[in-house]
Design a protein around this ligand. Sequence first.
Ligand code: NAP
Ligand code: MG
Length: 505
Amino acid sequence: MSKVKESNFQVLDMKREHYQLLINGARVDSTSGETYECKNPATGEVIAHVAKASLKDAELAVKAARHAFDHGKWRKLPVGKRARVLNKIAGIMRARFGELVELEVLNSGKSIGAAQGQVMQAIEDFEFYAGAIVGHRGSVNNVPGQFQNITEKEPVGVCAQIIPWNYPMMMAAWKIAPAIATGCSVIVKPASLTPLTAIVLGEICVEAGVPEGVVNILPGSGGTIGNFLVEHEDVDKVAFTGSTPIGKNIMETASQTLKRVTLELGGKSPNIVFEDCDVNAAVDGSLFGIFYNTGQSCEARSRLYVHEDIYDEFMEKFVEKTSRLQVGDPFNKGTHIGSIISEEQVNVIDGYVQSAIEEGATILAGGKKATVAGFEGGYWYEPTIITDVHHEMKVVQEEIFGPVVVVMKFKDEKEAIGLANDTEYGLGSAIWTKDHGKATRVSKSIQAGIVMVNCPFSAFPGTPFGGYKQSGFGRELCIETLDLYTETKSILSYYGGKPLNPFGL
Ligand code: NAP
Ligand code: MG
């Protein structure tokens, strides 16, 4: 009987000065000896040195993942045992929740409240998939004659998982949990700016008893390591979360080896406030919808459409509450808006805002870089509201990925739907109305993977997360994700007593 081996590996200090690669169940330095500095974006200070994977390391990781998949026992374990290991991962994370949150805040500059929610969701992802995998199975199909057809779900193989910097821990969990639940092996390429919690999560997997080679973590450059994994013929699937341009790149490269590809890409999500809504709830939900995680959310509701009849009342409240948002020390419990991830990103955000001003837009709040006393070395931007915009403007069409919302008036349902659908993206969307019929009609008309009705939140473990149009394809966080980490094998057998002779010879 196959057993889950107890692991001697223990993650001691989560917060430390040096982080290594995780390959084949062991922490290793880069074969090149190279490291890079990892910063706290709230202070600009270096908080750790991280091994930078070379192409040789990436090759070693692919070999380890391949070997674990082809010859290891993980995928052959009874599903209940894999589930038990996933629950153990969640258990270690729960026991060390405070340390994980601290590390996430230090590396991302996000507010502690946001980090707590995201680390908790990462834990719940493992618990969700521990349960879901037990019920994930093939089918028995209706076929004519004396034939039996069953399908089996087999793990797809070695998966390269490339993730962004905005939700470092949560994205790592969204990727690793369903993949290893099905029996796949993974190589996670965290964002260069935020590798720490993904590295630690990989180590926790090993501590929990995930066999060597099943989970590998490779911090390093996306353009080299990431691309290498996407090209590699021993990698069977790429699961990518990041920007739409890089997603297109990945799809093209992956086509050379016909890898399975899932893409969770950018967004420019509409938030439609109808005249018959609960105005206060809509104000609070819209505020959270854009400014949560400092606006660095793929499903940030960054286009706000307000019905003309309540526009003045809504905007007065929305602007007033925006002015009360606390920007500053991410570790302060009262902070709503943490830092921006990098100086480069602050400049991108400001470039968008300035372009809007040049094109005649009006700034109702914010509109410039912020300074925070005691955090002068960090990267900050004021929560910003822009009006008097045209729909063709860059700030309306392009993803800014910062605390910036554009606001427009509309006069009826048809116009709101037309505006909502007028971008290349289709990830999130929100509707505020008390009219059930209207909510249902608009939900059905919106071209987006996610519709939030009178709701500020976009997803919990179990709810499908993913996009329409150029926001990508594939769904994460849900049962369907397991299908995307498995192949369906059809087994057709004949059970008749009389041998078949189709050629009649
Ligand atoms: P990004 O620049 O596209 O990078 C994402 C990841 O891809 C990083 O790990 C990056 O590595 C790597 N990468 C870069 N170039 C690559 C290449 N040529 N081949 C393979 N990998 C490569 O995105 P980001 O700036 O980190 O994150 C922001 C974007 O993510 C936004 O567009 C946001 O909407 C999107 N996002 C989407 C979702 C969703 O679920 N739909 C969730 C979160 C974020 P380096 O860090 O080394 O560059
Ligand atoms: Mg980037």
